[in-house]
Design a protein around this ligand. Structure first.
Ligand code: WT7
Length: 635
């Protein structure tokens, strides 16, 4: 495995140069040496980023589950693949070996087949963080069905939109889920959603919390009895390299959520390669990523990347605060976790709690710490480094996106010297570029601009489900021939990258990607609301929080602002989910608009951030007078 495991900075630069000089040979060697192919490719790469049309390993045939499971059976059959840590610490953890995982995936796959699911069909998965979630993904992949996982914190409306967008006829869910001291009525949410999803004929229900639920006759079926009857032999479907593996929705700055389509071979090669290098995984390590499988982080770095490497990957059902804020560290100690990957928002929340929560646990197994989802601030970085890593564990600040499929810019432990707040250097094969607003490439160091990627990489999303034009318009039209990330970044004097945040109307709240438009659409559904605008403002724990400026309809009626605020957040919870609730809601008479009628969010953002001395020229606005009125009432 010549270029599989990078060990020092010199080697990184060598490998990086090679990957850029001759990307095809670089990825071909990795693909050849590390995976199981049923038929080799005819061409490594065909690409045209203006269309965009990108094909990796065209002509190859494979099944990703054979790579993630079957090929490990001989050497690692009794090794733990999934290590399930339940919400309740007194419930026994489950060590699911590769052999058991194989059997459970095959049985589940056979159940899907019996329910009529065929290659290319979309299967919606709406499950809590239990083993069946990972198994459901793999069962779909086994038979070539396309999974569309919807994070179980999303509301029924959000779920219905996603089910309908890609025409799922089957949903996999559970009677409910545990989340700290609470239980979540997932089946109830599915029932509500399905009132608006006429295409769904089958709901498979996992029993988790043993609650009383309504089983819709002719539609809902308990999963376990079907699994008990199913055969544990299920030959893997032969997939073409570019057959879709899954759809995962992400919010955009406008319009409905975008169903990003990831395909099979490139995604597998890239997630496996980056997992191995970024986490320096060694046989017998225990790796834990705290994300939910409902997000891309969970797809790529709980399920596919680790399993493709034959790793032991922890699947945690709970939350960091239950039964108390020591939970993460208790789990690290209990399972002797070696690599720990979490989000800055979790670190900030933990850093606010008493230090003895971590001090009372043995964290000496830890070797590598990771973060993902948003920029990590310096204070949080140091807290993590000092108290969790004890200054002995490299911190990998990994920048990437749902669209990129895998980690793009990140230190490689022991090779890349880290600097707090810097994602540092591009991984091999990744060619970042910074652009100014006119579309000129900014060369050299000490520059900042819009972050783009100038060459295809194997795990990039290939399209938006059902809307290739939107894919092209959103990502490939701002800068011709480049993928535009939507983020701003700077490159320092040494060539290190620091991600400075979104340059569009997407706001990252607690590491969740939220588009302003869908939230505004939800608020505007309230009968008393005429118009609204959402901006982000800095928040100690969440990174950003949401500030809503709301214009009420003139009805002559007096309404209680406190009640209205509650109702508005209720509507947002129903349409999107509690993650999108507003921290502040200011009622106002008007919103600053350009002469063409566009809301000037830039001005609202400054006001929400308390930077009213930096508003710049407001005289060109259609209604400059509203700015003073808004400032006067700012919350
Ligand atoms: C956006 C993508 C990729 C998994 C989770 C988020 C922000 C992500 C970092 C980081 C600064 C980061 C970016 C990006 N982001 N990681 N290490 N430093 N910003 O996936 O929901 O698709 O969000 O998250 O703004 O564009 P996502």
């Amino acid at each position: 495995m010549s270029n599989y495991h990078i060990k020092n900075l010199e080697e990184y630069f060598q490998v990086y140069r090679k990957s850029v000089r001759d990307p095809e040979t670089f990825w071909e060697e990795i693909a050849e040496e590390n995976f199981l192919w049923r038929k080799p490719w005819d061409r490594v790469l065909e690409h045209d980023l203006t269309q965009p049309a990108v094909r990796w390993f065209q002509g190859a045939q494979l099944n990703i589950t054979e790579n993630c499971i079957d090929r490990h059976l001989y050497a690692r059959g009794s090794k733990t693949a999934l290590l399930f840590e339940p919400n309740d610490p007194s419930e026994e953890p489950q060590h699911i070996t590769y052999k058991q995982l194989h059997e459970r995936v095959c049985k589940f796959a056979n159940v899907l087949k019996e329910q009529g699911v065929k290659k290319g069909d979309r299967v919606c998965i709406y499950l809590p963080m239990i083993p069946e979630l990972a198994i459901a993904l793999l069962a779909c992949a086994r038979i070539g069905a396309i999974h569309s996982v919807v994070f179980a914190g999303f509301s029924s409306t959000a779920l219905a939109t996603r089910i309908n967008d890609c025409d799922c006829s089957i949903v996999v869910t559970s009677d409910g889920g545990y989340r700290g001291a609470k239980t979540i009525d997932l089946k109830g949410i599915v029932d509500e959603a399905l009132e608006h999803c006429k295409g769904v004929t089958t709901v498979l229900v996992v029993k988790r919390i043993h609650s009383e639920i309504n089983m819709h006759k002719g539609r809902d079926i308990w999963l376990q009895p079907l699994l008990d009857e199913a055969s544990s032999v299920c030959p893997a479907e032969l997939m073409e390299a570019e057959d879709p593996l899954f759809i995962l929705y992400t919010s955009g700055s406008t319009g409905k959520p975008k169903g990003m389509v990831h395909t099979t071979a490139g995604y597998m090669v890239y997630t496996a390669y980056t997992f191995k290098n970024v986490f320096q995984y060694r046989e017998d390590d225990v790796y834990w990523c705290t994300a939910d499988i409902g997000w891309i982080t969970g797809h790529s770095y709980i399920v596919y990347g680790p399993l493709a490497n034959g790793a032991t990957t922890v699947l945690f059902e709970g939350v960091p605060s239950y039964p108390d804020w020591s939970r993460f560290w208790a789990v690290v100690e209990k399972h002797k976790v070696n690599q720990f990957y979490t989000a800055p928002t979790a670190i900030r929340a933990l850093a606010k709690e008493r230090l003895d929560f971590s001090e009372n646990h043995d964290l000496s197994s830890l070797k590598i710490l990771g973060t993902v989802g948003e920029p990590i601030n310096e204070e949080a970085w140091h807290w993590y480094n000092d108290n969790i890593g004890k200054k002995q564990c490299p911190i990998v600040d990994t920048w990437w996106q749902t669209e990129t499929g895998g980690i793009m810019i990140s230190p490689i432990p022991y090779a890349t010297p880290t600097i707090p707040t810097f994602a540092t250097l591009p991984l091999p094969g990744i060619q970042p570029a910074l652009m100014d607003e006119e579309g000129n490439t900014l060369h050299g160091n000490s520059v900042s601009g819009r972050l783009c990627i100038g060459f295809p990489w194997p795990a990039m999303a290939r399209t938006i489900w059902g809307d290739h034009q939107r894919y092209k318009d959103t990502y490939f039209s701002t800068f011709k021939g480049y993928y535009f990330t939507g983020d701003g970044a700077l490159r320092d004097t040494t060539g290190y990258y620091r991600i400075t945040g979104r340059v569009d109307d997407v706001i990252i709240v607690s590491g969740h990607n939220l588009g302003t438009a869908p939230i505004e659409d939800a608020i505007n559904e309230h009968p008393a609301v005429a118009e609204s605008a959402i901006v982000g403002f800095p928040h100690e724990i969440k990174g950003n929080a949401l500030y809503g400026f709301v214009i009420l309809k003139e009805t002559g009626e007096q309404r209680d602002p406190a009640n209205l605020r509650k109702e508005i957040n209720q509507i947002i919870t129903e349409h999107i989910g509690p993650i999108a609730k507003l921290d502040k809601i200011q009622f106002t008479e008007g919103l600053p608009k350009t002469r063409s009628g566009k809301i000037m969010r830039r001005i609202l953002r400054k006001i929400a951030c308390g930077e009213t001395d930096q508003l710049g020229d407001t005289s060109t606005l259609l209604n400059p007078e509203v700015v003073d009125a808004i400032i006067k009432d700012v919350l």
